[in-house]
Design a protein around this ligand. Sequence first.
Ligand code: URA
Length: 259
Amino acid sequence: MPEISENKAFKALRDWWAEMGVEADTGLLRALETAPAPARTEAAPVRRKARPSLDARIEEARNLAAGAADLPALKAAIEAFDGCPLKEGARSTVVYDGVPGSAVMVIGEGPGAQEDATGKPFVGRAGQLLDRMLAAIGLSRQTNTLITNVNYWRPPGNRNPEKEELAVCRPFVDRMVELSAPKLIISAGNVPTQALTASRSGIMKLRGTEQAFTTSGGVTTALFPLFHPAFLLRRPQEKSRAWRDLLRIEQRLAELGGD
Ligand code: URA
């Protein structure tokens, strides 16, 4: 195997830290860089436990989800589940916040840095904007809304969760919808919208439309794709379209008897 130079190794370490959102201690890195290299010894091979197959992990998630009789039990089951590789790099398992049994459930993409640090979904800048958007139509996580995600662990560098990572979380998402039984689901952004609707279209096409979400247990709920608040922070000119979509959600919720 070709030797990796010490400088390259430190650069890789620094880049990896940056990707994980950790500020590198440059003083410490410089001291390490100039320290004499330790004498090489034969390292004992590290034996990692092989991860069960994707099918086996999905099956385990299904069994755990089916065994949960209420939302606190489901939260405990998700926290105990080790079948999503993202868990290894995350500090917290971020499950839900808000009021179980609410008429509205917001489903986002997955935790970011602030959510990973606090264990609660949507608490960073995007989360604060989400709270203001919900308040505009009389919704709040303190009284009448449950907030969750399609993935419960922060992906490194805040990348999008991958298909397999979403697949192992999916039984829990379905069970949460069945246990909380919202009248209306808001999917915040492209990732949950594509994960929860069978549509190949993205958020740009689907926002403002009514879709249907059906769980593996056969429960169907109205679903409204909405721009992700993080997208609105980057593109404030899109807020007027989001506002229109919120008014449509408010109206549909009243029709569904959920106000
Ligand atoms: N973005 C999301 O989609 N979910 C969170 O919980 C936080 C930010």
